[in-house]
Design a protein around this ligand. Structure first.
Ligand code: PMV
Length: 332
């Protein structure tokens, strides 16, 4: 099934009343249990469920209006060339929502996270774009539909339509209508996430290509669905019980298993740089010295750490280039 068909099915259920402008914010999210591997590459349907935590105030703010002639795309104030990958991805996505072939959009998008450095700005980007379109056309769509539309832009974007802990159900249907994110109604005010920025340059292999290569060539990937099933259950129980040791251990083990499947692919995908490995060793040393601190890594070299508020000072002293986030500061 094509993306356009899914969009048409959803928009058929709602009215459309074009305003002058639409705008919205969506947070980035990091997965504690990763989405890795698609069962449908057109609709970004995953092989397994995944679980994330949204990291407001980091994210994307998007403003959209109708334009004449052709789409205009601005990223952090810079007008993107129509030949750039960023422009093409946005413009292609917008094409599914044009009321007619002569309608174009001006999109101004501001990221307060480095673009394409493994900090998932494509997730907040597509979620904010879908929210902004919902505002521009006054669709008034439910979160479930907005999550499905965001998934068509980038899989993990379906989780960025919520704050806090979020589960993405993998679904079974071929049209993907049962593959959407849901908020888990649990909070954890003392949970801290640190983002250690190791590199901000664009990554060499996209997560789309790396996932495909893993699914096509990795033998280890065969064990991934079982690993995810176990980790999802452990993580949800840990969140409910606020058991930090289990949350940290399972998140770290899940990220390492995902990277193991990539490294087992051919040609291998290795996102880590020397500084990534150095930081992993440092975190292990800190743990051995008694500080409960764990890490996770997405499709890039940067490291995100998990710890509790009571250890914030010690962690700040030990880690440079660190941004500390309190995901539940706004809804304790
Ligand atoms: O949504 P994508 O295609 O950018 O893939 C994201 C993949 C990971 O960040 C590595 C894992 C995840 O669940 O976010």
């Amino acid at each position: 099934m094509k993306k356009q068909h899914v969009v048409d099915l959803i928009l058929k259920t709602t009215r459309s009343d074009l305003k002058n402008a639409g705008s919205a914010f969506a947070p980035i999210n990091i997965a504690l249990c990763k989405y890795w591997g698609k069962r449908d590459t057109e609709l970004n349907l995953p092989v397994t469920p995944s679980l994330s935590v949204s990291l407001q105030p980091l994210g994307t703010t998007t403003h959209i209006t109708i334009a004449g002639g052709q789409d205009q795309v601005y990223l952090n104030g810079e007008c993107k060339d129509s030949s750039s990958e960023f422009y093409k991805r946005i413009s292609l996505f917008l094409s599914m929502f044009r009321p007619d072939a002569d309608t174009f959009f001006t999109v101004r998008t501001e990221n307060n996270v480095p673009t394409a450095a493994g900090l998932a700005s494509s997730a907040s980007g597509f979620a904010a774009l879908v929210f902004a379109l919902n505002d521009l056309f006054s669709w008034d769509l439910s979160r479930r539909y907005l999550s499905v539309l965001a998934r068509l832009g980038s899989g993990s974007a379906c989780r960025s339509v919520y704050q806090g802990f979020v589960k993405w159900r993998q679904g079974e249907l071929s049209n993907g209508s049962d593959s959407y994110a849901e908020a888990l109604n649990y909070t954890w005010p003392d949970l801290r996430i640190g983002v250690i920025e190791i590199a901000t340059s664009e990554k060499c292999t996209s997560s789309r290509d790396a996932m495909k290569r893993t699914v096509d060539t990795s033998i280890l990937y065969h064990a991934w669905p079982d690993k995810v099933e176990r980790d999802m259950n452990l993580l949800i129980d840990a969140i409910k019980a606020r058991d930090f040791e289990v949350l940290g251990r399972v998140s770290e083990s899940n990220a390492l298993a995902m990277h193991a499947t990539m490294m087992d692919s051919w040609p291998p995908v290795i996102y880590w740089v020397p500084e990534t490995v150095k930081t992993i060793h440092k975190i292990q040393e800190m743990r051995h010295s008694g500080i409960p601190i764990y890490f996770t890594i997405d499709a890039g070299p940067n490291i995100k750490i998990l710890f509790l508020a009571e250890h914030e000072q010690q962690v700040r002293q030990s880690c440079s280039a660190l941004t500390v986030l309190s995901p539940f500061a706004m809804n304790p």
